[in-house]
Design a protein. Structure first.
Length: 184
């Protein structure tokens, strides 16, 4: 009996702690469920065909099977989970074609993140292929740090890291391999 009297305060304390832990866990689950909010788009669309115009001229056409608009979040964006086909027109009407398996357009930064078998083709026949490519809409500039393959009528090269203007007139590449013909 003296043995149990010695441990009664310890056992009582253990029971109180156990009930507090179990009680708090139950309350924690309730609080977690109450604070949980779903990350859902404010809008979605199927079979999207968007035309961007400026001063009556078509500047680009975006076609996608699915679009989600997340303009209801702090860092608003538009997601194209099934990919995009984009045609960009320059001031002279020349086209650049862009295709990717996935894309996200961030509204605040005007950056488009193209992912998955990204392929850009110019009307002049230049082709760039990579797994991820960013497009800065404000500066009309593409860039990536991923591996790429650049092909035109006379040359083919591969490398890792490239940036270029939307018309392919200015190209800066890093760690490039291949044969390049120079006019200089």
């Amino acid at each position: 009996m003296a043995f149990f009297k010695k441990y009664i305060p310890f056992l009582s304390l253990l029971i109180i702690i156990a009930s507090m832990v179990l009680g708090c866990e139950s309350n924690f689950k309730e609080v977690h469920n109450n604070d949980y909010s779903e990350f859902v788009p404010s809008g979605d669309a199927d079979q999207v065909n968007l035309k961007y115009t400026d001063s009556g001229r078509i500047k680009s056409i975006l076609v996608s099977p699915k679009m989600f608009d997340y303009s209801n979040v702090d860092f608003a964006f538009t997601e194209f989970p099934k990919g995009v086909d984009v045609t960009i027109y320059d001031d002279k009407g020349k086209k650049t074609f862009i295709r990717s398996n996935y894309a996200v357009s961030y509204k605040l930064t005007n950056i488009i993140d193209l992912q998955g078998k990204v392929k850009i083709t110019s009307e002049a026949g230049q082709i760039l292929e990579t797994e991820q490519l960013f497009f800065d809409q404000k500066n009309q500039w593409f860039y990536t740090e991923k591996k790429f393959k650049l092909t035109d009528a006379a040359n083919s090269s591969t490398g890792q890291g490239i940036d270029f203007s939307k018309d392919f007139k200015t190209i800066n590449s890093q760690r490039i391999q291949g044969e390049i013909e120079s006019k200089e």
